[in-house]
Design a protein around this ligand. Structure first.
Ligand code: FEO
Length: 395
C-alpha cells in the first residue's frame, strides 16, 4: 500500500513477505524484507531508489496511484545493487528523459548492470539539486556497503534516505519503527549490521561523525529495507556507533561440527569449563545452524572457540562457510581457540588455529586434540581450555 510519509513524500516500495534467502542463497531473511522506494512530489518529481527487478511492475503500479510515472524528472540511484536498481529499466521506459542521479562509482555499477545510456548526473558529497520547494543534498558513503553507496537528504522535510545503512530485512504491514515489535526490529537491525556492515565499522563511525558535522536536522531516517525511523530517528545512529565500536559482551560462542559425537563431547566439556568460571556460552552446530545467525552470536561474543574433527587431512566441509565468513567480516576485539577429535592424522586443530589467526583473531589458549572418542583426560583438557578462555573473556 502506498503510504504518505510526510506531505508530498510517498513510500512506493514493495514488501517481500516470502523471501527467505537474499543475495542468491547467501543471506537468510527469516522475516522477509522490503524494498523501499520514495516518491517526492515537488516541482521536479523525484524518485529515490527503486525495487528488486521481479517487483518492478508493482513499483510502477504504486507510483501510478500518485502520479503518471512518465512525469518523473529525476531518479536517484543511491546504490547499484539490484535489489534497489532492479526497477530502473521499467521506470526509465516510462520516463526515458529523466535524469539518473548517481555517485561516480554508481554510474559505473548501474551501467555495468543494465548497459543503458541513460542521462546520468554524477554527484558528490555536499552537492545539491533544487527540486522546487526543497533541495536534495547528497553524501557519498563508499563501502557502506558498496563503493558506489550514497545517502540522499531532503531539505525542508528533513528526511535522510541512506539506502542500505540503518536498514533491516524485516517485512511488516507497518512502515514506521514505532509501529512494530521492538525486539524483532532490533534483532533484524543487528543481524543486518553484523552480516553486512561489520567489516566497514571504522567507516561507519567516520560517516556518522561527518553527517553530524554537516548539521542537517533529521526528522526521519528512511532506509531502503525495513521500517523507517521516525520516532527518535537518531536511536539507530547511536546504535550503529555502538555496534561499530565492536565492544564484545563477556561471553563465548563455541561453533563446531562433529561426525561421531567426539568433537561434540569436547564442545560440551569446554562449555562446562566456561560455566565453571561464570562465563556464558552458546554451542552452535555449524551444519544445522543458520550461518548468518551464527555470525550474530559471534559478533556479540568476545570468545570464538571453533571445533572440527579431521577429515581427509583437513576440516569438515560444513565448517568452512563459517570460517570464510569469520575471515570476511573482519571481527575486532575477539579471542579464539580451537579443538577437535581425530582418528589418524589429526590436522584439524592446527588448521582451525591458522584460520582464526588469519582472520585477525588471536588464539590465546593452546588447542585441544582428542584421538578417537575423547577419554576423561581429554575432556578434562577441554574443561581446562574452557576455564582458561573464561579468564581471557573476563580480562
Ligand atoms: Fe546493497 Fe540492499 O543492497
Amino acid at each position: 500500500m502506498v503510504t504518505e510519509l510526510k506531505k508530498g513524500v510517498y513510500w512506493v516500495g514493495v514488501v517481500d513477505w516470502d523471501i527467505r534467502k537474499f543475495h542468491g542463497q547467501e543471506l537468510s531473511t527469516h522475516r522477509g524484507t522490503t524494498y523501499n522506494s520514495y516518491l517526492i512530489m515537488d516541482e521536479k518529481i523525484t524518485l529515490v531508489d527503486t525495487v528488486w527487478g521481479p517487483f518492478q511492475d508493482q513499483l510502477v503500479e504504486n507510483i501510478s496511484k500518485v502520479v503518471d510515472p512518465a512525469k518523473i524528472d529525476i531518479v536517484v540511484a543511491n546504490h547499484g545493487e539490484t535489489d534497489h536498481s532492479g526497477g530502473l529499466p521499467a521506470i526509465m521506459r516510462h520516463c526515458p528523459n529523466a535524469t539518473v542521479v548517481v555517485s561516480k562509482r554508481g554510474e559505473e555499477s548501474i551501467e555495468g548492470h543494465y548497459h543503458k545510456q541513460w542521462k546520468f548526473k554524477q554527484v558528490k558529497t555536499g552537492d545539491r539539486i533544487c527540486i522546487g520547494k526543497n533541495e536534495l543534498v547528497f553524501i557519498e558513503a563508499p563501502m557502506l556497503h558498496w563503493p558506489d553507496s550514497m545517502f540522499t537528504y531532503l531539505t525542508g522535510l528533513n528526511i535522510l534516505m541512506p539506502n542500505d545503512a540503518f536498514g533491516q530485512h524485516y517485512a511488516t504491514s507497518s512502515r514506521f519503527n514505532d509501529e512494530v515489535d521492538q525486539v524483532e526490529l532490533y534483532q533484524e537491525a543487528l543481524k543486518y549490521y553484523a552480516n553486512i556492515l561489520t567489516p566497514f565499522s571504522a567507516k561507519v563511525l567516520k560517516k556518522i561523525e561527518e553527517v553530524v558535522a554537516m548539521g542537517l536536522p533529521v526528522d526521519m531516517i528512511a532506509p531502503s529495507h525495513g521500517v523507517l525511523w521516525r520516532n527518535d530517528p537518531l536511536q539507530i545512529v547511536k546504535k550503529y556507533a555502538e555496534w561499530a565500536a565492536q565492544v564484545p559482551e563477556k561471553k563465548a560462542v563455541i561453533v563446531y561440527d562433529t561426525m561421531w559425537n567426539g568433537t561434540r563431547q569436547m564442545a560440551e566439556a569446554i562449555a562446562d569449563g566456561l560455566t565453571a568460571e561464570g562465563v556464558r556460552s552458546k554451542l552452535l552446530l555449524a551444519s544445522t545452524t543458520d550461518r548468518n545467525d551464527i555470525m550474530v552470536e559471534i559478533f556479540k561474543a568476545k570468545a570464538i572457540i571453533v571445533g572440527s574433527p579431521t577429515l581427509n587431512r583437513g576440516l569438515l566441509p560444513t565448517i568452512m562457510p563459517v570460517l570464510e565468513d569469520i575471515r570476511g567480516l573482519d571481527f575486532k576485539n575477539k579471542v579464539g581457540a580451537a579443538f577437535g577429535s581425530y582418528g589418524w592424522g589429526g590436522e584439524s586443530v592446527k588448521l582451525l588455529e591458522e584460520h582464526l589467526r588469519n582472520s585477525g583473531i588471536p588464539t590465546v589458549v593452546e588447542g585441544v586434540r582428542a584421538k578417537w572418542q575423547p577419554k576423561e583426560a581429554d575432556l578434562e583438557k577441554c574443561r581446562a581450555l574452557g576455564r582458561a578462555m573464561a579468564q581471557a573473556v573476563k580480562a
